[in-house]
Design a protein around this ligand. Sequence first.
Ligand SMILES: C[S@@+](CC[C@H](N)C(=O)[O-])C[C@H]1O[C@@H](n2cnc3c(N)ncnc32)[C@H](O)[C@@H]1O
Length: 346
Amino acid sequence: MMDPLSSPVLLLQKNADLLEGMRILMLEPESGAAVTALAKTAEQVSVFTSDCRVRDQLESWAEADGQNTLCFGFGAQTTAAEHDLAIVFLQKSKPRTDMLLQQALQGLNESGRLLLVGANKAGIKSWGKRIEKLVGSVEKVDSARHCVLFAADRPDEVAAFDIEQWFEVNQLDQADLEVHSLPGVFSHGRLDVGTRLLLGTMENRIKGHVLDFGCGAGVVAAAVGKKYPNTKLTMVDISELALESSRRTLAANGVEGQIQASDGLGNIKGRFDLIISNPPFHEGISTRYDTTENFIRASRRFLKPRGEFRIVANNFLQYPAIIKEVYGHCEVLASGDGFNVYQARV
Ligand SMILES: C[S@@+](CC[C@H](N)C(=O)[O-])C[C@H]1O[C@@H](n2cnc3c(N)ncnc32)[C@H](O)[C@@H]1O
């Protein structure tokens, strides 16, 4: 079932006159449906997304109309400065939104306008002042549906967008790892408590082909590869920001692995000796469990005979019941700080 359009998208639709006849750049729209709903009266639309699910939803749309373009990536590609309007959808992470605003300015022509839209509960109200620092003066175009739409003219001088400036490099002493990450990637610049607990189970022997589901900046897979150099690693995430961070984390730690974009296990082929994960339960500003529940249910088909399933999760989540349903048992391998590491075998 398709998700309904969010309030920020409905607020943009209410202000559809702003989009009419424009060449528009949309950055990180929530879904393909949001793009097609907003694209109706535009002259041309370019979409930038780091989310492979949005890419999959828009591939045929971009192909069907030779005018529109779709860019799936982490931000390294230069966007031509040819757009009249750039729409940035507010992200949960402030530095991620900062990054998108810079990227948006680069894609505007000299008289181009920037729009930022988001929900009050996501913190949009504080952004008026924050964008002012970047562009000078900002106009509050509309506020309705518990959302705000800001607009600003492109300033005369726009700094070149350089993706390299946005990577953060951190040493994780607990795991003896160097971690590279972009804003918006889970646990950017620090080690998550759940991940730390999962890394504490590395003494439980790991061998063969390992799948790290929801790899984020690549901490778990890099730790496995460093401790067990004979393992073969596959890493998957829905976000290209995460996958590029993972590529760099692996390289920095002298570990090799195959990295793949996938929504859930949809694009994964083959069977594994171990599926290891700190699976997602946040999506944007809302909490969703269905991705992880579907992942647990599908995981068994991707394991070899005697294969192992190992995940960390908040101990209030109802995952053990689903793991038991799928594997017939569920052990607790480690516990602490409100998290458990669950293990099951085929
Ligand atoms: C809790 S984070 C864990 C990141 C990393 N393994 C760590 O421990 O630091 C979960 C990851 O799952 C990814 N994710 C969210 N939804 C997904 C989906 N439907 N399919 C694949 N990955 C997804 C997120 O992008 C995020 O990087």
